[in-house]
Design a protein around this ligand. Structure first.
Ligand code: C2E
Ligand code: MG
Ligand code: MG
Ligand code: MG
Length: 276
């Protein structure tokens, strides 16, 4: 019976689970409680101003330091957390930790710099998102303009009216919002124009083919042109070589992130880069 249905069907009939299903079950079980057991860690990747070459802020990127499985990157557990609803406590922890960290830095160093936090679709759709952010700002004393939230195109295009409302509330708080992985999703230009957004982040899949790949160059130029016409800031993600950075500088890109400057690092290392 299993013949012709691939390996998974075979292992099903032989009583086993597919490798993928086993990993899912395994991760789901230990992810439950990872927040309470204090196993999550935030790393920070600096964002560099193209013109001055200085660090202007940093993106918070979550990692899971599991005693059983070692260090796990977000691509392996964020999707799962989103499906199972565990993203709610995880996302809350990330927001709280990043805001507290930045407020602490703000108090200690008193100099500007911002923190950007990735939101998941579920988080963005929470009715209480803007209230929660307002409460965090109040609680930590963080300057609202020092917080940036990263969302993706699909989160706002699914229900543009609802997104408009959420984005307006966030804008009234003074928090900035950027569109992450820009160019890979499906954006309506008329909505883009109307939404109170401040920033686009060019997806690293385009940057990795720069310079030289005509399509990647064209898409990059188009996004930079769009950002400029809509008066949005623009950051290139995943810059790994001087040639990529130079191409972006020449095309007028305002800021960049990438291994060329630094990988995501622990908070102490980021503070060194920002304020020393
Ligand atoms: P993202 O928000 O687009 O973050 C950029 C990813 O590119 C990060 O991977 C970063 O480490 C990686 N990166 C940065 N510079 C370079 C480079 O020069 N070359 C290459 N090859 N990669 C580079 P990471 O940390 O594994 O995160 C992957 C994704 O997981 C993020 O993509 C984001 O969508 C999601 N994520 C991370 N932290 C959180 C979080 O706290 N909450 C939510 N909802 N999602 C998160
Ligand atoms: Mg991001
Ligand atoms: Mg992303
Ligand atoms: Mg991205």
């Amino acid at each position: 019976i299993a013949k012709g249905q691939g390996k998974n069907a075979y292992s099903f009939f032989s009583g086993g689970m597919s490798q993928q299903a086993r990993e899912r079950l395994f991760l789901t079980n230990s992810l439950r409680g990872a927040v309470e057991r204090d196993e999550l860690v935030l790393n920070y990747q600096p964002r560099i101003c193209m013109q001055s070459g200085t660090v202007v802020g940093a993106e918070a990127l979550v990692r899971w330091q599991s005693p059983e499985h070692g260090l796990i990157l977000p691509t392996r557990f964020i999707g799962l957390a989103e499906e199972t609803g565990m993203i709610e406590p995880i996302g809350e922890w990330v927001l709280k930790t990043a805001c507290r960290q930045m407020a602490q830095w703000q108090a200690r160093y008193g100099r500007p710099g911002f923190i950007s936090v990735n939101l998941s679709p579920r988080q963005f759709n929470q009715k209480k998102l803007a209230d929660r952010i307002a409460a965090l700002i109040e609680e930590t004393g963080l300057e609202p303009t020092m917080l940036e939230l990263e969302i993706t195109e699909s989160m706002v295009m699914g229900d543009p009216e609802k997104a408009q409302e959420t984005l307006s509330r966030l804008a009234r708080l003074g928090v900035r919002v950027s569109l992450d992985d820009f160019g890979t999703g499906y954006s309506s230009l008329s909505h883009l124009r109307q939404f109170p957004l401040q920033h686009l982040k060019i997806d690293k899949s385009f940057i990795s083919d720069l310079p030289g790949d005509a399509d990647a160059e064209a898409v990059t130029r188009a996004i930079l042109g769009l950002a400029s016409s809509l008066r949005l800031g623009c950051t290139a993600e995943g810059v790994e070589t001087p040639a990529q950075r130079d191409f972006l500088a020449q095309e007028g890109c305002e800021a960049w992130q990438g291994y060329l400057f630094s990988k995501p690092v622990l908070p102490e290392a980021l503070a060194e880069m920002l304020w020393n």
